[in-house]
Structure formats: structure tokens, C-alpha cells
Design a protein around this ligand. Sequence first.
Ligand code: PMP
Length: 297
Amino acid sequence: MGYYNENTILYRDGQFVKASEATIDLYSQSLHYGYGVFEGIRAYKTQSGATKIFKAEEHYERLKNSAAAMNIPYHFNNAELIEATYEVLARNNFQDAYIRPLIYVPANMSFSPSTTSHIVIEVWEMAPFLGEKLLRIMSSSFQRPNPKGFKIHAKATGHYVNSILASQEAKAKGFDEALLSDMNGYVAEGPGANIFFEKDGRVYTPALGNILPGITRATVIEICAALEIPVEEKLFTSEELKSADAAFFCGTAAEVIGWYSLDDQVFPKPWSESLGKLIQDAYMARVTEKEFKEEFA
Ligand code: PMP
């Protein structure tokens, strides 16, 4: 995938510059040690035709919290960053787009904290949602990072080596994506998405603590409240998950995407009849600001 071309504009440290001309210091502590923080955000063309960044404040707030967790200076103003994000979208003429803010630190080969940091906001175009393909998931041999060794609630660049290993393992074995457990063996999350399952009219998701607190996960919980679908946050095993009626991943990039199977065991409820499908429709309506009428009593 080409993320940019010679016309692409990105935002860096208060300025709009050409992506093809922007460079990073090869002695950056972020590059050598995976010591940076980032966000993944989506913009949508809404029903009215306007461009809307979904939950922009929540994403920039998490970026700020991730930087604080990692002792990375954050001298940015979130309202200004949101304005700059809309500007970078407009300058690239994008509406349906993925937005990637990244905070990185200067040259430093030691482990000492930096006194400054840089921000870059990159955007690339996304195809509108299709979402009908169901995923074949594999239980990963990799676990999520131990929260006693990492600030797992932070969206830190280095944590994604774990995601890359798990995702590559699943794809090499012919699956679409991986499911990772936490250090105690309970179901945690995917390499870049949170997981929910449906059983007997209720929806379950792993409790916070060993997972990234997903903004889409929080949105799904809000949608369930609005649709009066009971949700429970708890620890569960992959055996319990395999006895579910249906399951799905959710995340800013993944949106809400149903599962076909886990370790080749097919979920019995057709996706079209599942609570996940209802939540998926409600989610897509929210992000595009369409009216959503629930037909579920
Ligand atoms: N877990 C991980 C490990 C992720 O990388 C992501 C994507 N940011 C998520 C969950 C979902 O988070 P969000 O809904 O905030 O995108």
C-alpha cells in the first residue's frame, strides 16, 4: 500500500510539510528502542457530506495519557492538534481517512528521559466500509505483554512488536488474524482490536487491566446500553469463548467485524442474526452520523 505520494502533506511540529521531504533523525531513541506513542483515528464522510473525525478528543486524550505513562514530554494542546488534523485532511482532500499521530523523541542512545518530543500527524485514504467478510481467527502462541513489564494501557510503539509477531504467525498458518491471551492465560485481545462474544442474548468482553482500553470497545459498550443489550466485562478462557454463539473484533481500523471461526471451530449463530451485526450497523451509523433505528426489542 502506498501511504503517500509526492503531493501528500503531513503535519509536523506546527507546520504542514510534504511527506516526501520530511525526515527523522536516525539516532532517535524512538527508532532504536521502540520508545514512542501514537494513535489510530478515523475520519468519515458523514451523512451531511461533512468530514468528521470520530471521537477526536478521546483519541488525543489517550495520546496524552500514553505519553505521560511513558515519561515522554507532551507540550501539545489537544484542541490545536484536532484543528491541525482537520487541516491536514483538507489539504490532502480526504474524507474517509485513517489518521496516525505519532510522538517521537530526539537522538539519544541512552535510556534517559528526553526533555523534548516531536509530533507528526499522517493521514491516508480509506475505502468506505465493506465489512461482510467474517474472520477466521487463530489462538496465538504469543501472549500480550505482561502489564508488570509494560504500561499496557499506553499505545506505545514498542508494544506493537508483539502484535506483529502474533499477526504474522496467524497469517502464515492461513488464518485472518490472531487472538492473544494475557499473561495468566485469559483471553485478552487481537493484535490491533478488542474482542466481544455473544452468549444467550448477552455480550461479554475482557475486563480492563491486561488490554488496551479501546475507544471502539467503549463505543460498543455505549451502543449496547442504548440498545439495552446486557454487557459484562470479565475474565474468560478461550474454552468459554469457543462455546459462544458469535464473536467479533472491534477497533478504530477494524470497526466492528464478525468472526467466522476460532481455531477452525465455527460459531453457530449466523452473523446476520447476531447481536454483533446489530452493533456493527449501529456503529457504522454513529461514525457516519446516520440515524439508526433499532429493531430489537
Ligand atoms: N487493542 C490493540 C492492541 C490495539 O492496537 C487497538 C487499536 N488501537 C485496539 C485494541 C482497539 O482500540 P481502539 O478501539 O481505540 O482503536
